[in-house]
Design a protein around this ligand. Structure first.
Ligand SMILES: N[C@@H](CCC(=O)N[C@@H](CS)C(=O)NCC(=O)O)C(=O)O
Length: 233
């Protein structure tokens, strides 16, 4: 993950879906090269405007303080709904947004057999892979001394590679990860697979998913967003 700007931006990747949402937009605490980009990609595909409060929480104390009133975990993505309710947890936010807009077909519905692998892998990416990244900014978080930093980060990266390989062995992608429809799982994997140990390791660990995720990168509705939000790739 890269360091981000501390500024307030209004998304320019999508047109307002309705006058109501334009007047009362969502507020998203996020940062370039972070998990919020999956949420930004979803909001872009849904055409929902949002106010983005930028800040690289893993790198800047000021960014952590900025999000703290909304999310005491001091993490992003943190989404504030128009009525003021706060949502955290990237997988939950993505599933919620997709379910709320079924016409966009960004998630299989509850009675679709694909709903099971959809939920399984959404929660897996969150719990088995994304959560491991919390260790890396400061290995003392798990009680390891700074002198062990290199070994701890290597072990985390090895575990992440193992987890991608396991997922790859269990999925048979179609045009997209779950078949014919692009879902928020594609956006989630395209985002989290860009965190260290970076895409090269993901491609090596998960050759079956690699082709699909390259396709997600090239999705025309998202190309500008990916370019702006993962500028170092
Ligand atoms: N379980 C959370 C994890 C979110 C998370 O780890 N976010 C990172 C940025 S990508 C963060 O804010 N880290 C702050 C820190 O390391 O203190 C989710 O899935 O949304």
């Amino acid at each position: 993950m890269a360091s981000g700007r501390a500024s307030i931006l209004v998304n320019s990747f999508s047109e307002p879906a309705s006058e109501m949402s334009a007047l009362n937009p969502l507020t998203l605490y996020g940062a370039a090269a972070s998990g919020s980009v999956a949420v930004e990609a979803t909001l872009t595909l849904l055409g929902l405007p949002y106010q983005l409060i930028e800040g690289a929480t893993w790198a800047e104390a000021s960014a952590r303080e900025r999000v703290a009133p909304a999310n005491a975990m001091r993490q992003i993505p943190t989404l504030v709904l128009p009525g003021g309710e706060v949502m955290t947890e990237s997988a939950a936010i993505l599933i919620y947004l997709a379910d709320l807009h079924p016409q966009a077909r960004l998630a299989p519905m509850a009675d679709d057999p694909l709903r099971r692998p959809f939920l399984r892998w959404m929660l897996y990416v969150s719990s088995a892979i994304y959560s491991l990244h919390w260790i890396k900014p400061d290995v003392k978080r798990i009680g390891a001394p700074d002198s062990a930093r290199k070994a701890v980060v290597e072990a985390v990266h090895a575990r992440i590679a193992f987890c991608w390989a396991h997922m790859d062995s269990q999925l048979t992608p179609g045009h997209w990860l779950l078949g014919d429809e692009l879902t928020v799982l594609d956006l989630y994997v395209a985002t989290v697979s860009r965190f260290g140990p970076w895409r090269e390791c993901f491609y090596a660990a998960a050759p079956g998913m690699a082709e699909v995720i390259r396709r997600v990168d090239e999705e025309p509705r998202l190309a500008a967003l990916w370019r702006e939000r993962f500028p170092e790739d």
